[in-house]
Write a protein that binds this ligand. Sequence first.
Ligand SMILES: NC(=[NH2+])NCCC[C@H](N)C(=O)O
Length: 387
Amino acid sequence: MEMVSPSNRLELLFDDILYVGHAKKEHLLMCAVFEKIVGHSDAVLQIGELLLEAFQSEDARYDFVERLCQSLPEANLQAVEDDLKRLSPEELHRFALTGESDLPVMTLPVPNLMFTRDLAAVVHDRIIMSHAATSARTRESIIIHVVLHHHPRFEDVQDNIIKLPKGVTFEGGDLLVASPETVLIGHSERTSFGAIMAIAHELFEHTPVEHVLAVDLPKIRAMMHLDTVFTFASPDECVVFPPVIENDSFGYCVHLTASGTEGKFVTDMRLSFRSALEELLEREITFVKCGGGERLQQEREQWTDGANVFTVGPGAIIGYERNRRTFEGLRDRGYRVVKAESFLSYFEDSDYTPGAEKLAIQLAGTELSRGRGGPRCMTLPIARTTS
Ligand SMILES: NC(=[NH2+])NCCC[C@H](N)C(=O)O
């Protein structure tokens, strides 16, 4: 992230230059909250470390270099393909993350790797790998490929990895698991309709998922994924950006179900996302408004990821503190609002019991929030249990 500059920031999908030291501290604080809530120190894995561990295998390094050379032919990395293959695990790791090495070739860094959510999506026992929509994030799709295929931790899931067909694009921030049978996918700036169909096909075939709701989003940067305008706080509460999510109109929400005939879906055009969701989940859902009741504040808080909360455990969600009105809405729903630091010091000498009360944890995140991603974007749950 230290390599994002005023001249390359747009290409790297950053609106601003972050104060990296502070961003790191904020990230560490967020991870400490996750560990406390989950209750063990192995709860949080760091993608950079997983990659370095995977690179201990020569096969992994070769696979990475070959895919990299094929995926970005314009970078002309083929010229140094053999040299790249000879780099040590540490040197290749540095090159993978920063684009720098001692070789006479340079490529862009991958500062968006902190938004691990977009690298893949886990639904039941399947892992859908991303097909990044932009060249700034293409290398991240290769990184997750290498980690999943070569890291010993993922040895047992090889047959469960879903690879999407060529030509479609998909980023994990667009997929939300609403229930064991229902998955929501944004048709966004980053995820193509072809990807939604391919994912629906795979899920219907291999998992208990029976319904996919495709949600059409404005194809704009501020709402690049579904989780920028809609996230679950609990099974019956969501934080939503009303102008987009409560905009009932024709073609905005398409319900896909399997037809029983290979290659065919039953589609059902829904005018209201809320009613489609409530019908599928068989319960009423409360929509907590990101930014409160006023349009201007809704837009301001959506821009700083007010609608992007992450549910760490039953009843415990985390979001950026600056989205004050969003937190007020959560307080009205019975959440106790507490700062991340206070949460950690309160539970310093005792265990946290999930579900004892509804907690909305505030992460200052003044630097992180300038990267256009919130706590949900910065996580990638790799296993789920239903409660
Ligand atoms: N799941 C998300 N909403 N991710 C946010 C990603 C932000 C990142 N800067 C990008 O533009 O790609």
